[in-house]
Ligand binder design. Structure first.
Ligand code: ADP
Length: 719
């Protein structure tokens, strides 16, 4: 089907042609034939790289041409940025990205034609009654199979259910590569199901054992250049001009493999050396940089412990062909568009608590295998599993290659998330009594999967009882409404259990210590906690021996709760060190974590402290300023005396400390010293900008704040 024959805006067609897209792939043509451009709902379950994004864009441009507005919902922030950039490149239409704080309506975003957002952000926009949501005429659900994900699925399902309720006529497009029960999901969405196994590049799936890859109908010998099978498979592909992705189960394995591959590749290129320099500059320390050392030779590792900028450099470097092999944990398979000629799935079992090592889900295998073969660049793609012995070869074919992906099951009645969603339904006026709540819940995928369930009304009424006891919901003559606290908790996007935990524990505490306060926040269901490792035991024991009395929460008796309590303590200790200006390197070494982990918990801690401050200001106002100061300390990683300095744009923890130690302790002292003196400490450019900012504030009365726009708390330090 010729793209130019379609009723789509000329500018869109021109932009596609410029990218080399002139006609539709067969599954794309099928979607168009089934009414994609006329606003029909579709669940599109087709393989990776078969062009789902283009389908979403065609549907969106068709709606926008008719005066509509589209919401593109993704599971990860990194994917939101990738899609935002991709849609923006076509020009003409206005594209916005919603990734900011959870308690804002982001009214300005409504001016865009397409808004890209994560499901959590969309949920928070719904809870804050964002007006432009009612103008949405098309939603795209990227990676819609994540409705079955234990931790994220419930939010996605509730978001879809709410939007279908408020915007009944809108078009719904679900995109997914791997679903075991697509017909059921399509029926729930009232969507036509489009499935296909067509791929733009032929995919060969096989198992490596004893010097050969066995495919379904053929074999391929692999030369043994080293004693490592996984490495030989890589070198074989690189030698014939391809690239490799190697999936392994842990960060340590990813780093180990990249080092091994770098050792074998040896030389690298001027381009890979320049990438390595970029990586070294990101970490302004003299320490050895293993990632940069590997990249210099054309190998890299990729996992959640890396900084976001590091991951972006690696992804770009791989797309441009400067990096020949990436070893990665499975997070890389979740959505990012990073194909390679050969994908090696080296570790296909994973540790599961209580079960030991279990095979990874078939859906996950297909996600990884689907990355094989770069359209227009590779003649074919190969996905290869590694067998340890002959009997395993057959077993791997059965367990993964020939197996169907798992069914997806609704997660929306899981206890803690159900309470949060019921509160939001009451607070935002979706339902005012138990009957309305039950009939809303009957619109969910859960009810679609369990139409005969008798437990739904009970689950709903248990959640309501919990919310009444938690003083977040009140009932009068059968009518439910949110209390002031309930409204606040819903708007702050807090789990009601988190809010209760914080209020109950801080209320009874006259002068909480820093660690005590952070520990409460870090055990809450909303905190992203660090994993406990056996090496942490000593560190935590030593801390408890000396400082147990600083904690607010007592050590629980139940083993499962104890684990949570201890991992919360580890996370709180990291945040405390960060706020006490311990260097990043020391923190990483002390707790065995990566820079990306530190970034993630600082981000999560900052948001929860901000929410805590809002919570306590209504009930325990005397703690409000303590927490507001702590929130800024955690945000910037500084001791209290640096707060006036980090309020300035482009002054972070390192520059603020240098200025402070040189005797400049507040903005006025910088102005008094003058640009030449300050430039000697923080460089000419920054010194000029900072002093101009401060003078500008004084002259115009307008304030210039530090880089992320979170200015509210900082104003007090600029006087
Ligand atoms: P998916 O989301 O299904 O994994 P993408 O939408 O990322 O796949 O598409 C993979 C690649 O194929 C992209 O580079 C895209 O531009 C390209 N592509 C999509 N449709 C076509 C087409 N009809 N003709 C040529 N290239 C296409």
């Amino acid at each position: 089907m010729d793209l130019q024959s379609l009723p789509l805006p000329e500018s869109f067609i021109r932009a596609c042609i410029a990218k080399g897209i002139t006609s539709l792939y067969p599954p794309q043509a099928e979607c168009v034939n089934q009414g994609l451009l006329e606003g029909k709902n579709q669940l599109i379950s087709i393989p990776t790289a078969s062009g789902k994004t283009l389908l979403a864009e065609m549907a969106m441009w068709a709606r926008i041409a008719g005066g509509g507005k589209c919401l593109y919902i993704v599971p990860l922030r990194a994917l939101a940025s990738e899609k935002y950039e991709e849609f923006s490149r076509k020009g003409v239409i206005r594209v916005g990205i919603a990734t900011g704080d959870f308690d804002r309506t982001d009214a300005y975003l409504g001016e865009n034609d397409i808004i890209v957002a994560t499901s959590e952000k969309t949920d928070s926009l719904l809870r804050n009654k964002t007006p432009w949501l009612s103008h949405i005429t098309c939603i795209i659900l990227d990676e819609v199979h994540l409705i079955g994900s234990e931790n994220r699925g419930a939010t996605l399902e509730m978001v879809i259910t709410k939007l279908r309720y408020t915007n009944p006529g809108m078009q719904i497009i679900g995109l997914s590569a791997t679903i075991g029960n697509p017909a059921q999901l399509a029926e729930w969405l009232n969507a036509a199901l489009i499935t296909s196994t067509w791929r733009p590049v032929d995919l060969r799936q096989g198992v490596y054992y004893n010097g050969k890859i066995r495919f379904q109908n053929s074999e391929r010998p692999i030369q043994a250049k080293t004693k490592h099978d996984d490495l030989n498979l890589c070198l074989d592909t690189i030698e014939e001009g391809g690239q490799c992705l190697v999936f392994v189960s842990s960060r340590r394995n990813a780093e180990g493999f990249a080092k091994k591959a770098a050792g074998a590749l040896k030389t690298g290129s001027p381009d890979s050396r320049s990438l390595a320099d970029q990586l070294r500059k990101l970490r302004d320390r003299d320490e050895s940089n293993i990632l940069a050392d590997c990249v210099e030779r054309g190998a890299a590792f990729h996992h959640a412990g890396l900084l976001r900028q590091e991951r972006t450099i690696i992804e770009e470097g791989f797309r441009n062909g400067y990096i020949e092999v990436i070893s990665a944990t499975p997070t890389l398979a979740a959505g990012l568009n990073l194909p390679a000629r050969r994908v090696i799935i080296r570790d296909y079992s994973r540790f599961s608590s209580g079960l030991g090592m279990v095979p990874i889900p078939v859906g996950e295998y297909h996600q990884m295998a689907g990355r094989a073969g770069r359209p227009h660049l590779d003649p074919y793609g190969e996905a290869v599993l590694l067998a340890k012995d002959a009997p395993t070869v057959e077993r791997l074919f059965e367990t993964f290659i020939d197996a169907e992906a798992e069914r997806i099951d609704s997660q929306c009645v899981d206890d803690s998330s159900l309470c949060a969603h019921i509160l939001s339904l009451i607070a935002t006026g979706f339902a005012h009594d138990q009957g309305a709540l039950a009939s809303f819940m009957e619109r969910t995928f859960y009810f679609y999967q369990h139409p005969k369930t008798r437990s739904l009304p009970r689950l709903v009424s248990d959640a309501v009882l919990f919310l009444i006891a938690a003083e977040m919901v009140q009932e009068s003559q059968g009518r439910l409404s949110a209390t002031q606290l309930g409204n606040l908790v819903s708007r702050l996007y807090l789990n009601p259990c988190t809010a209760r935990l914080i209020l109950d524990n801080l209320k009874s505490c006259e002068a909480p210590t820093l660690i005590g306060l952070l520990h409460v926040i870090c055990v809450s269901p909303d905190m992203q906690r660090l994993y406990l490792k056996s090496a942490d035991t000593q560190l935590l024991r030593t801390f408890l021996f000396k400082n147990k009395d600083d904690l607010i929460l007592p050590l629980p008796f139940e083993q499962e709760e104890e684990e949570l309590w201890l991992s919360g303590l580890k996370t709180a200790l990291v945040l405390t060190d960060w706020a006490d200006e311990v260097s990043e390197k020391q923190i990483e070494e002390r707790y065995g974590i990566g820079a990306g982990d530190l970034y993630n918990i600082v981000d999560s801690g900052k948001w929860l402290l901000h929410a805590t401050e809002r919570l306590v200001s209504t009930q325990i106002s005397e703690l409000s300023s303590v927490i507001s100061t702590l929130a800024i300390r955690v945000q910037h990683g500084v001791k209290p005396e640096l707060l006036p300095l980090v309020a300035l744009r482009n002054i972070g923890r390192v520059r603020a400390r240098s200025l402070y130690n040189a005797g400049y302790q507040d903005p006025q002292s910088l102005v008094n010293a003058g640009i030449p003196t300050i430039a000697r400490i923080i460089g000419e450019g920054i010194a000029r900008q900072v002093i101009e900012d401060i003078s500008g504030v004084k002259n115009s009365g307008k304030k210039k704040y530090n880089n992320d726009g979170e200015s509210r708390e900082k104003t007090q330090y600029l006087t």
